[in-house]
Design a protein. Sequence first.
Length: 86
Amino acid sequence: MAALTRAGAARAQRQVKAAYLYQFAGFVEWPEGSFARSDSALGGMINFVVADQKLRVEVALKPLASARLRISARTLSAAYNVRGAP
């Protein structure tokens, strides 16, 4: 029974991460040519962490700046941690 509970929790966490990434994309300016290919990864730009038993997000500014991406101040204010000035 505990294995089923863990599996359900892991599935729920993946769903929350996917939903957050989907919403995250709407708060970023994506200039033409930001990525080398259309299937390029976001890399270390954002990271999920569990804090206070909640799934939270960290944002790394240097990789965002390198990719010429701009993230909204509102999204940054909601982040658990914002690392590095561009």
